[in-house]
Design a protein around this ligand. Structure first.
Ligand SMILES: Cc1ncc(COP(=O)(O)O)c(C=O)c1O
Length: 435
Protein backbone atom coordinates (compact mmCIF):
# COMPACT_ATOMS: atom_id res chain seq x y z
CA UNK A 1 0.00 0.00 0.00
CA UNK A 2 1.35 3.36 -0.95
CA UNK A 3 1.66 5.87 1.83
CA UNK A 4 -0.84 8.59 1.00
CA UNK A 5 1.58 11.32 2.08
CA UNK A 6 4.09 10.50 -0.65
CA UNK A 7 3.73 11.28 -4.34
CA UNK A 8 3.34 8.20 -6.60
CA UNK A 9 6.75 6.78 -7.46
CA UNK A 10 6.43 7.10 -11.21
CA UNK A 11 5.37 10.75 -11.04
CA UNK A 12 7.89 13.57 -11.31
CA UNK A 13 6.48 14.56 -7.94
CA UNK A 14 8.16 11.66 -6.15
CA UNK A 15 11.63 12.68 -7.32
CA UNK A 16 10.96 16.33 -6.51
CA UNK A 17 9.77 15.24 -3.08
CA UNK A 18 13.04 13.36 -2.51
CA UNK A 19 14.98 16.50 -3.45
CA UNK A 20 12.89 18.54 -1.02
CA UNK A 21 13.55 16.08 1.78
CA UNK A 22 17.27 16.26 1.02
CA UNK A 23 17.25 20.03 1.25
CA UNK A 24 15.59 19.82 4.66
CA UNK A 25 17.68 16.91 6.00
CA UNK A 26 21.01 17.01 4.15
CA UNK A 27 23.22 14.72 6.29
CA UNK A 28 26.98 14.91 5.83
CA UNK A 29 27.47 13.79 2.24
CA UNK A 30 29.78 16.73 1.57
CA UNK A 31 32.39 15.04 3.77
CA UNK A 32 32.54 11.97 1.47
CA UNK A 33 33.71 11.07 -2.04
CA UNK A 34 30.89 9.46 -4.03
CA UNK A 35 31.96 7.30 -7.02
CA UNK A 36 30.91 8.36 -10.52
CA UNK A 37 28.06 6.37 -12.10
CA UNK A 38 28.72 4.06 -15.05
CA UNK A 39 25.08 3.93 -16.06
CA UNK A 40 21.83 5.78 -15.60
CA UNK A 41 20.94 9.46 -15.73
CA UNK A 42 22.96 10.87 -12.86
CA UNK A 43 26.67 11.67 -12.61
CA UNK A 44 27.17 9.93 -9.25
CA UNK A 45 26.10 6.49 -8.13
CA UNK A 46 23.29 6.04 -5.66
CA UNK A 47 25.47 4.20 -3.12
CA UNK A 48 23.50 1.78 -0.97
CA UNK A 49 26.34 -0.65 -0.20
CA UNK A 50 27.81 1.06 2.86
CA UNK A 51 26.86 -2.07 4.82
CA UNK A 52 29.57 -3.82 2.82
CA UNK A 53 32.19 -1.10 2.22
CA UNK A 54 31.61 2.47 3.35
CA UNK A 55 32.54 5.44 1.17
CA UNK A 56 35.82 7.29 1.48
CA UNK A 57 35.76 10.35 3.76
CA UNK A 58 37.42 13.34 2.10
CA UNK A 59 39.70 13.70 5.13
CA UNK A 60 41.25 10.24 4.73
CA UNK A 61 43.61 11.13 1.89
CA UNK A 62 45.11 14.05 3.85
CA UNK A 63 45.50 11.85 6.89
CA UNK A 64 47.36 9.16 4.93
CA UNK A 65 49.56 11.70 3.17
CA UNK A 66 50.47 13.29 6.51
CA UNK A 67 51.45 9.90 7.92
CA UNK A 68 53.56 9.13 4.85
CA UNK A 69 55.17 12.54 5.15
CA UNK A 70 56.04 11.97 8.81
CA UNK A 71 57.75 8.71 7.81
CA UNK A 72 59.64 10.52 5.00
CA UNK A 73 60.81 13.32 7.30
CA UNK A 74 61.47 11.42 10.50
CA UNK A 75 62.22 7.80 9.69
CA UNK A 76 62.44 5.81 12.91
CA UNK A 77 62.18 8.96 15.04
CA UNK A 78 58.51 9.13 14.05
CA UNK A 79 57.82 6.58 16.78
CA UNK A 80 58.30 9.41 19.28
CA UNK A 81 58.42 12.60 17.25
CA UNK A 82 55.62 12.37 14.67
CA UNK A 83 52.83 14.85 15.26
CA UNK A 84 50.91 11.85 16.52
CA UNK A 85 53.74 9.58 17.73
CA UNK A 86 53.45 6.04 16.46
CA UNK A 87 54.36 4.21 19.67
CA UNK A 88 51.23 5.23 21.57
CA UNK A 89 49.16 5.82 18.39
CA UNK A 90 46.54 3.18 19.25
CA UNK A 91 45.75 5.07 22.45
CA UNK A 92 44.26 7.87 20.34
CA UNK A 93 41.57 5.49 19.12
CA UNK A 94 40.48 3.99 22.43
CA UNK A 95 38.29 6.85 23.67
CA UNK A 96 36.43 7.57 20.40
CA UNK A 97 35.93 3.83 19.78
CA UNK A 98 34.59 3.52 23.31
CA UNK A 99 32.13 6.37 22.72
CA UNK A 100 30.96 4.67 19.54
CA UNK A 101 30.04 1.41 21.25
CA UNK A 102 29.10 2.69 24.71
CA UNK A 103 32.19 1.49 26.54
CA UNK A 104 34.97 2.80 28.76
CA UNK A 105 38.30 3.60 27.08
CA UNK A 106 40.04 0.79 28.99
CA UNK A 107 37.53 -1.63 27.44
CA UNK A 108 38.17 -0.88 23.74
CA UNK A 109 41.10 -1.25 21.40
CA UNK A 110 41.49 -1.05 17.62
CA UNK A 111 43.60 -3.87 16.20
CA UNK A 112 43.79 -6.66 13.60
CA UNK A 113 40.73 -7.65 11.64
CA UNK A 114 37.41 -9.00 12.75
CA UNK A 115 37.74 -12.77 12.46
CA UNK A 116 41.27 -12.68 13.87
CA UNK A 117 39.92 -10.74 16.85
CA UNK A 118 37.06 -13.19 17.33
CA UNK A 119 39.63 -15.98 17.53
CA UNK A 120 41.79 -14.06 20.02
CA UNK A 121 38.71 -13.38 22.13
CA UNK A 122 37.61 -17.00 21.97
CA UNK A 123 41.05 -18.00 23.28
CA UNK A 124 39.98 -16.20 26.44
CA UNK A 125 36.23 -16.66 26.45
CA UNK A 126 35.45 -20.03 24.89
CA UNK A 127 36.52 -22.46 27.57
CA UNK A 128 34.44 -25.60 27.27
CA UNK A 129 34.26 -27.65 30.46
CA UNK A 130 32.05 -30.47 31.75
CA UNK A 131 28.62 -30.38 30.12
CA UNK A 132 29.09 -26.68 29.19
CA UNK A 133 30.79 -27.09 25.83
CA UNK A 134 28.51 -25.61 23.20
CA UNK A 135 28.91 -22.45 21.12
CA UNK A 136 25.63 -20.91 19.97
CA UNK A 137 25.46 -18.82 16.79
CA UNK A 138 22.61 -17.90 14.49
CA UNK A 139 22.00 -20.17 11.50
CA UNK A 140 22.42 -17.16 9.20
CA UNK A 141 25.69 -16.12 10.87
CA UNK A 142 28.27 -14.70 8.47
CA UNK A 143 30.25 -17.70 7.15
CA UNK A 144 33.54 -16.43 8.63
CA UNK A 145 32.01 -16.61 12.11
CA UNK A 146 30.70 -20.05 11.38
CA UNK A 147 34.12 -21.26 10.25
CA UNK A 148 35.75 -19.56 13.24
CA UNK A 149 33.55 -21.22 15.87
CA UNK A 150 33.77 -24.61 14.20
CA UNK A 151 37.56 -24.39 14.13
CA UNK A 152 37.58 -23.32 17.80
CA UNK A 153 35.51 -26.38 18.69
CA UNK A 154 37.98 -28.60 16.82
CA UNK A 155 40.88 -26.81 18.55
CA UNK A 156 39.40 -27.99 21.86
CA UNK A 157 39.10 -31.55 20.56
CA UNK A 158 35.31 -31.30 20.11
CA UNK A 159 33.15 -32.31 17.16
CA UNK A 160 31.95 -29.03 15.58
CA UNK A 161 28.76 -30.71 14.36
CA UNK A 162 27.64 -31.23 17.95
CA UNK A 163 29.51 -28.42 19.72
CA UNK A 164 28.12 -25.65 17.49
CA UNK A 165 24.40 -24.93 17.80
CA UNK A 166 22.77 -22.85 15.05
CA UNK A 167 19.61 -20.99 16.05
CA UNK A 168 17.04 -20.89 13.26
CA UNK A 169 14.01 -18.67 12.74
CA UNK A 170 10.62 -20.41 12.97
CA UNK A 171 9.50 -22.20 9.79
CA UNK A 172 8.19 -19.63 7.33
CA UNK A 173 9.89 -16.73 9.15
CA UNK A 174 13.03 -14.89 8.11
CA UNK A 175 14.33 -13.50 11.39
CA UNK A 176 14.99 -14.83 14.88
CA UNK A 177 12.53 -13.99 17.62
CA UNK A 178 14.15 -12.76 20.81
CA UNK A 179 11.68 -14.88 22.79
CA UNK A 180 12.87 -18.01 21.00
CA UNK A 181 16.50 -17.23 21.85
CA UNK A 182 15.51 -16.68 25.49
CA UNK A 183 13.48 -19.92 25.53
CA UNK A 184 16.45 -21.82 24.13
CA UNK A 185 18.69 -20.38 26.84
CA UNK A 186 16.18 -21.21 29.56
CA UNK A 187 16.00 -24.83 28.36
CA UNK A 188 19.58 -25.52 27.31
CA UNK A 189 21.68 -22.66 28.69
CA UNK A 190 23.46 -25.03 31.09
CA UNK A 191 25.19 -26.64 28.06
CA UNK A 192 26.29 -23.33 26.52
CA UNK A 193 29.87 -22.16 27.01
CA UNK A 194 29.61 -19.26 24.57
CA UNK A 195 26.79 -17.38 22.88
CA UNK A 196 28.17 -15.46 19.88
CA UNK A 197 25.58 -13.68 17.76
CA UNK A 198 25.59 -10.89 15.19
CA UNK A 199 24.26 -7.63 16.69
CA UNK A 200 22.73 -6.78 13.31
CA UNK A 201 22.38 -9.81 11.08
CA UNK A 202 24.39 -9.38 7.89
CA UNK A 203 21.74 -10.98 5.68
CA UNK A 204 18.40 -9.86 7.03
CA UNK A 205 19.42 -6.61 8.73
CA UNK A 206 17.70 -7.73 11.94
CA UNK A 207 18.91 -5.88 15.05
CA UNK A 208 18.96 -8.35 17.93
CA UNK A 209 17.87 -7.35 21.41
CA UNK A 210 21.45 -7.24 22.65
CA UNK A 211 20.69 -6.29 26.30
CA UNK A 212 17.92 -8.89 26.76
CA UNK A 213 19.86 -11.73 25.13
CA UNK A 214 23.06 -10.80 26.95
CA UNK A 215 21.27 -10.78 30.29
CA UNK A 216 19.63 -14.15 29.60
CA UNK A 217 22.86 -15.73 28.36
CA UNK A 218 24.81 -14.57 31.38
CA UNK A 219 22.04 -15.62 33.75
CA UNK A 220 22.31 -19.09 32.18
CA UNK A 221 26.02 -19.11 33.03
CA UNK A 222 27.29 -18.65 29.46
CA UNK A 223 29.77 -16.08 28.19
CA UNK A 224 28.09 -13.67 25.76
CA UNK A 225 30.00 -12.13 22.86
CA UNK A 226 28.72 -10.12 19.90
CA UNK A 227 29.90 -9.69 16.32
CA UNK A 228 29.07 -6.06 15.71
CA UNK A 229 30.29 -5.82 12.09
CA UNK A 230 26.88 -4.56 10.96
CA UNK A 231 26.01 -2.75 14.17
CA UNK A 232 29.01 -0.48 14.90
CA UNK A 233 28.32 2.95 13.46
CA UNK A 234 24.83 1.79 12.45
CA UNK A 235 22.90 1.65 15.73
CA UNK A 236 23.52 3.10 19.20
CA UNK A 237 25.26 0.62 21.51
CA UNK A 238 25.85 0.54 25.27
CA UNK A 239 28.13 -2.48 25.64
CA UNK A 240 29.36 -1.62 29.13
CA UNK A 241 25.93 -1.02 30.62
CA UNK A 242 24.49 -4.04 28.83
CA UNK A 243 27.13 -6.19 30.57
CA UNK A 244 28.31 -7.74 27.29
CA UNK A 245 31.34 -9.94 27.96
CA UNK A 246 33.14 -9.17 24.71
CA UNK A 247 32.50 -7.85 21.23
CA UNK A 248 34.36 -7.28 17.98
CA UNK A 249 33.59 -5.29 14.85
CA UNK A 250 35.19 -4.17 11.62
CA UNK A 251 35.73 -0.61 10.40
CA UNK A 252 35.23 -0.97 6.66
CA UNK A 253 31.43 -0.93 6.64
CA UNK A 254 29.65 1.87 8.51
CA UNK A 255 32.97 3.17 9.85
CA UNK A 256 34.22 4.05 6.37
CA UNK A 257 37.87 3.26 7.11
CA UNK A 258 38.67 1.50 3.84
CA UNK A 259 38.83 -2.06 2.50
CA UNK A 260 40.18 -4.51 5.06
CA UNK A 261 40.40 -1.74 7.68
CA UNK A 262 41.37 -2.56 11.25
CA UNK A 263 38.74 -3.94 13.60
CA UNK A 264 37.68 -2.96 17.09
CA UNK A 265 37.46 -5.03 20.26
CA UNK A 266 35.55 -4.63 23.51
CA UNK A 267 36.19 -6.61 26.68
CA UNK A 268 34.06 -5.77 29.69
CA UNK A 269 35.83 -4.16 32.61
CA UNK A 270 35.05 -7.09 34.91
CA UNK A 271 37.44 -9.27 32.87
CA UNK A 272 40.28 -6.77 32.65
CA UNK A 273 43.39 -7.68 34.62
CA UNK A 274 42.06 -11.18 35.38
CA UNK A 275 45.20 -13.36 35.55
CA UNK A 276 43.09 -16.53 35.21
CA UNK A 277 42.02 -15.65 31.64
CA UNK A 278 44.18 -17.26 28.98
CA UNK A 279 45.37 -14.84 26.29
CA UNK A 280 47.85 -14.99 23.44
CA UNK A 281 50.58 -12.41 23.98
CA UNK A 282 53.21 -10.39 22.16
CA UNK A 283 55.19 -7.25 22.96
CA UNK A 284 52.12 -5.01 22.58
CA UNK A 285 50.37 -7.01 25.33
CA UNK A 286 52.71 -5.74 27.99
CA UNK A 287 52.54 -2.43 29.90
CA UNK A 288 53.74 0.36 27.58
CA UNK A 289 56.23 1.52 30.22
CA UNK A 290 57.88 -1.92 30.32
CA UNK A 291 57.84 -2.62 26.59
CA UNK A 292 61.44 -1.64 26.00
CA UNK A 293 62.88 -3.18 29.13
CA UNK A 294 63.34 -6.28 26.98
CA UNK A 295 62.47 -8.64 29.82
CA UNK A 296 61.45 -12.23 29.05
CA UNK A 297 58.13 -12.11 30.93
CA UNK A 298 55.30 -9.72 30.06
CA UNK A 299 53.46 -7.47 32.51
CA UNK A 300 50.04 -7.00 30.90
CA UNK A 301 48.04 -3.90 31.83
CA UNK A 302 44.56 -4.19 33.35
CA UNK A 303 43.03 -2.92 30.12
CA UNK A 304 41.94 -4.50 26.85
CA UNK A 305 45.35 -3.51 25.47
CA UNK A 306 46.52 -6.77 27.04
CA UNK A 307 44.81 -8.51 24.07
CA UNK A 308 47.04 -6.67 21.59
CA UNK A 309 49.95 -8.67 20.21
CA UNK A 310 51.89 -6.79 17.55
CA UNK A 311 52.80 -3.16 16.99
CA UNK A 312 49.95 -1.57 15.07
CA UNK A 313 50.00 -0.57 11.37
CA UNK A 314 50.01 3.23 11.54
CA UNK A 315 48.89 3.74 7.92
CA UNK A 316 45.83 1.62 8.70
CA UNK A 317 45.13 3.45 11.96
CA UNK A 318 44.91 6.90 10.38
CA UNK A 319 41.71 6.17 8.42
CA UNK A 320 40.04 4.72 11.52
CA UNK A 321 41.01 7.81 13.54
CA UNK A 322 39.60 10.09 10.81
CA UNK A 323 36.37 8.15 10.75
CA UNK A 324 35.93 8.06 14.51
CA UNK A 325 36.42 11.85 14.55
CA UNK A 326 33.44 12.13 12.20
CA UNK A 327 31.31 9.92 14.42
CA UNK A 328 32.31 11.99 17.43
CA UNK A 329 31.45 15.21 15.63
CA UNK A 330 28.01 14.06 14.48
CA UNK A 331 27.17 11.69 17.34
CA UNK A 332 25.34 8.36 17.18
CA UNK A 333 22.04 9.72 18.57
CA UNK A 334 21.75 12.25 15.70
CA UNK A 335 22.82 9.62 13.17
CA UNK A 336 20.24 7.18 14.46
CA UNK A 337 17.52 9.82 14.15
CA UNK A 338 18.42 10.52 10.53
CA UNK A 339 18.77 6.79 9.90
CA UNK A 340 15.21 6.17 11.09
CA UNK A 341 13.90 8.89 8.76
CA UNK A 342 15.92 7.73 5.75
CA UNK A 343 15.27 4.00 6.11
CA UNK A 344 11.60 4.66 6.85
CA UNK A 345 11.42 6.64 3.61
CA UNK A 346 13.09 3.86 1.61
CA UNK A 347 10.73 1.34 3.20
CA UNK A 348 7.67 3.34 2.07
CA UNK A 349 9.00 3.49 -1.49
CA UNK A 350 9.88 -0.22 -1.46
CA UNK A 351 6.38 -1.05 -0.24
CA UNK A 352 5.07 0.64 -3.35
CA UNK A 353 7.44 -1.20 -5.72
CA UNK A 354 7.17 -4.61 -4.07
CA UNK A 355 3.36 -4.56 -3.84
CA UNK A 356 2.92 -5.95 -7.36
CA UNK A 357 6.36 -7.44 -8.03
CA UNK A 358 8.06 -10.70 -6.91
CA UNK A 359 10.01 -8.81 -4.23
CA UNK A 360 9.66 -9.04 -0.42
CA UNK A 361 11.31 -6.95 2.28
CA UNK A 362 12.60 -9.51 4.81
CA UNK A 363 14.05 -7.03 7.33
CA UNK A 364 11.87 -6.53 10.43
CA UNK A 365 9.25 -3.80 9.92
CA UNK A 366 9.67 -2.47 13.45
CA UNK A 367 12.38 0.25 13.24
CA UNK A 368 13.54 -0.73 16.74
CA UNK A 369 14.48 -4.17 15.36
CA UNK A 370 16.73 -2.99 12.53
CA UNK A 371 19.48 -0.57 11.61
CA UNK A 372 19.60 1.21 8.28
CA UNK A 373 19.74 -1.86 6.01
CA UNK A 374 16.69 -3.22 4.22
CA UNK A 375 17.06 -6.65 2.62
CA UNK A 376 14.83 -7.63 -0.25
CA UNK A 377 14.18 -11.23 -1.31
CA UNK A 378 13.70 -11.63 -5.02
CA UNK A 379 11.20 -14.24 -6.15
CA UNK A 380 12.57 -14.68 -9.66
CA UNK A 381 16.02 -14.48 -11.27
CA UNK A 382 19.34 -14.14 -9.45
CA UNK A 383 20.35 -11.51 -6.91
CA UNK A 384 23.68 -11.04 -8.69
CA UNK A 385 22.00 -10.40 -12.02
CA UNK A 386 19.62 -7.88 -10.50
CA UNK A 387 22.37 -5.89 -8.76
CA UNK A 388 24.39 -5.85 -11.99
CA UNK A 389 21.44 -4.38 -13.87
CA UNK A 390 20.78 -1.84 -11.13
CA UNK A 391 24.39 -0.74 -11.40
CA UNK A 392 24.87 -0.70 -15.15
CA UNK A 393 21.44 0.54 -16.18
CA UNK A 394 20.69 2.90 -13.28
CA UNK A 395 23.91 3.68 -11.42
CA UNK A 396 22.48 2.15 -8.23
CA UNK A 397 25.00 0.25 -6.10
CA UNK A 398 23.47 -2.40 -3.86
CA UNK A 399 24.88 -5.75 -2.90
CA UNK A 400 23.73 -9.24 -3.57
CA UNK A 401 23.83 -12.30 -1.36
CA UNK A 402 23.07 -15.23 -3.57
CA UNK A 403 20.75 -16.81 -4.28
CA UNK A 404 17.96 -14.36 -3.59
CA UNK A 405 18.80 -11.42 -1.28
CA UNK A 406 19.65 -7.87 -2.35
CA UNK A 407 20.67 -5.50 0.44
CA UNK A 408 20.10 -1.74 0.41
CA UNK A 409 21.61 0.40 3.16
CA UNK A 410 20.85 4.12 3.20
CA UNK A 411 23.76 5.20 5.40
CA UNK A 412 22.78 8.15 7.58
CA UNK A 413 26.14 9.92 7.23
CA UNK A 414 26.07 10.25 3.45
CA UNK A 415 23.06 8.67 1.75
CA UNK A 416 20.27 10.89 0.46
CA UNK A 417 16.52 10.65 0.00
CA UNK A 418 17.23 10.97 -3.70
CA UNK A 419 19.43 7.84 -3.50
CA UNK A 420 16.45 6.01 -1.95
CA UNK A 421 14.14 7.25 -4.67
CA UNK A 422 16.64 6.06 -7.29
CA UNK A 423 16.61 2.57 -5.76
CA UNK A 424 12.84 2.33 -5.95
CA UNK A 425 12.71 3.87 -9.42
CA UNK A 426 15.40 1.47 -10.69
CA UNK A 427 13.71 -1.58 -9.17
CA UNK A 428 10.41 -0.55 -10.72
CA UNK A 429 12.08 -0.28 -14.12
CA UNK A 430 14.08 -3.50 -13.77
CA UNK A 431 11.73 -6.02 -12.16
CA UNK A 432 8.57 -6.88 -14.06
CA UNK A 433 5.22 -6.61 -12.32
CA UNK A 434 3.41 -9.85 -11.43
CA UNK A 435 0.88 -10.96 -13.99
C1 LIG B 1 29.16 -10.23 10.28
C2 LIG B 1 30.57 -10.40 9.77
N1 LIG B 1 31.44 -11.12 10.47
C3 LIG B 1 32.70 -11.31 10.03
C4 LIG B 1 33.14 -10.75 8.85
C5 LIG B 1 34.55 -11.03 8.40
O1 LIG B 1 35.36 -9.91 8.58
P1 LIG B 1 36.96 -9.95 8.42
O2 LIG B 1 37.27 -10.29 7.02
O3 LIG B 1 37.36 -8.54 8.76
O4 LIG B 1 37.48 -10.95 9.38
C6 LIG B 1 32.27 -9.98 8.09
C7 LIG B 1 32.71 -9.37 6.83
O5 LIG B 1 31.99 -8.77 6.09
C8 LIG B 1 30.94 -9.80 8.57
O6 LIG B 1 30.04 -9.10 7.86
Amino acid sequence: MRNTETAPLGSGGAEAEARTLDAADPGHRHLFLVPPAEGGRYPEVAYLAGNSLGLQPRATREELLADLDAWRRLGVEGHLEAERPWLPYHELLAAPAARLVGARPAETVVMNSLTVNLHLLMVSFYRPAGERTRIVIEDSAFPSDSYAVRSQARFHGLDPDTAVVRLRPRPGEDTLRTGDVLDFLAAEGHTVALLLLGGVNYLTGELMDIPAITAAGRAAGAVVGWDLAHAAGNVPLALHDWDVDFAAWCSYKYLNSGPGALGGVFVHERHLGDPALPRFEGWWSTEAATRFEMTPVSRPPATVEAWQISNPPIFAMGPVRTSLELFDAVGMPALRERSLRLTGYLERLLDEVTADRPLTVVTPRDPARRGCQLSVRIGAGSANELTKRLRHEHGVIADAREPDIVRFAPVPLYSTYHDCWRVADALAATVEVDR
